[in-house]
Design a protein around this ligand. Structure first.
Ligand code: ZN
Length: 58
């Protein structure tokens, strides 16, 4: 069963990791440029939404 929120969360995760790998300033845990901060922020927002939904499912 495809899960859109989970897929977007994974995609945002991969997008940030790819940026961190390519970027001189950012690491996988800490964004250090404007692009990195934006990508990291959308990833954490989707992660929060996903985890919140997982918790409320039980
Ligand atoms: Zn960066």
């Amino acid at each position: 069963m495809p899960d859109d929120l989970h897929r977007r969360y994974q995609a945002a995760h991969l997008a940030y990791q790819a940026h961190a790998d390519a970027c001189q300033g950012c690491t996988r845990d800490t964004p250090n440029c404007q692009d990195g901060q934006r990508l990291r922020e959308s990833f954490t927002r989707l992660q929060d939404a996903y985890l919140t939904r997982q918790r409320s499912k039980r």
